[in-house]
Design a protein around this ligand. Structure first.
Ligand SMILES: C[S@@+](CC[C@H](N)C(=O)[O-])C[C@H]1O[C@@H](n2cnc3c(N)ncnc32)[C@H](O)[C@@H]1O
Length: 278
């Protein structure tokens, strides 16, 4: 993972870009989710969340639920729970099982202590004020409830960052082009425990390391192309760079037989709110 410029960070948290472009529908998110089909070992992330909710009953708020991967699984495996999917984008909620709400994680339309569990999965890096948003999630959560967050490590998918920088360099005629926008660096797996630990006395981390091995460039190209919403912040013509990356990865597969990407994601299970911050 690369670090962003201030301009890139602003774009990663820009609500208009998020709701109207990056997540206007589920297309780009699905492209990033689907690359994990080629990861070993395989992790059943919705299954991990279901496991963590074994002792939970009542209301579960999935904040920033995206295309409903987790909402759908909870409806299936835990029909006893009242699951509410929420997202800042109305468009991405179209196919999410109801009830759903268009809502901003930074100002949730729920009264204090009303949820038994809150999910914030791969989304806290998109909010401009991470500390305040964690307090807002804690506000709606009962004091004995659980917050489950997830994100990626600073080391996640470095090969894609290197591939992008090489392709961008080729397009610009320099050895190494500008780094691609990083989505999770503001709330990476390394930074998340401190953010969450300011409000929750117990933060348990489950690391999910793996390796993606592809023998066809398509999923890699789809992953790079899914950053289209941030094309203006790339400092290089976006489509041309994706095309050049396609050539590079195709050539690597022809030479080496495959293209490999090291992944590290993680789930953070947080309990017991610290009264000093509530
Ligand atoms: C990377 S996706 C993750 C989706 C889903 N949680 C998952 O893990 O598959 C991030 C989602 O958070 C949503 N989002 C970003 N900022 C938000 C905010 N301030 N409030 C609510 N949702 C937000 C985006 O629209 C997007 O659907």
């Amino acid at each position: 993972m690369t670090s962003n410029t201030a301009q890139q960070d602003a774009a990663v948290t820009d609500k208009s870009i998020l709701a109207n472009s990056a997540y206007a529908d589920g297309r780009h998110l699905a492209a990033r989710q689907s690359i994990y089909r080629w990861q070993q070992p395989q992790y059943d992330l919705p299954g991990i969340v279901v496991e963590e909710l074994v002792g939970t009953s009542g209301i579960v708020l999935d904040v920033g639920c995206g295309n409903g991967k987790f909402v759908g699984r909870l409806h299936k495996d835990r029909p006893d729970l009242q699951v509410v999917g929420m997202d800042i984008s109305a468009g991405i909620l179209a196919d999410v099982p109801k009830p759903v709400l268009v809502a901003d994680a930074q100002a949730l339309p729920f009264v204090d202590n009303s949820a038994d569990a809150v999910l914030a999965l791969h989304m806290l890096y998109h909010v401009s004020d991470i500390e305040a948003t964690i307090k807002e999630l804690a506000r709606v959560l009962r004091p004995d409830g659980v917050l489950i967050a997830s994100t990626n490590s600073d080391t996640d998918k470095r090969e894609l960052d290197q591939l992008w920088a090489k392709a961008a360099g080729d397009v610009l005629g320099i050895p190494k082009g500008p780094a691609r926008v990083s989505l999770s660096s503001r709330f990476s797996l390394e930074k998340a425990p401190e953010y969450l630990g300011a409000t929750f006395s117990e933060v348990r981390i489950q690391q999910l390391p793996g390796t993606i091995v592809v023998t066809d460039p398509t999923p890699v190209v789809a992953h790079l192309a899914s950053y289209e919403a941030w094309a203006e912040q790339c400092g290089v013509p976006f489509e041309e760079t994706v095309d050049r990356a396609t050539e590079i990865v195709t050539s690597a597969i022809n030479t080496d037989g495959s293209f490999q990407i090291a992944c590290l994601g993680g789930v953070l299970v947080c309990r017991v709110q610290d009264c000093r911050h509530s």
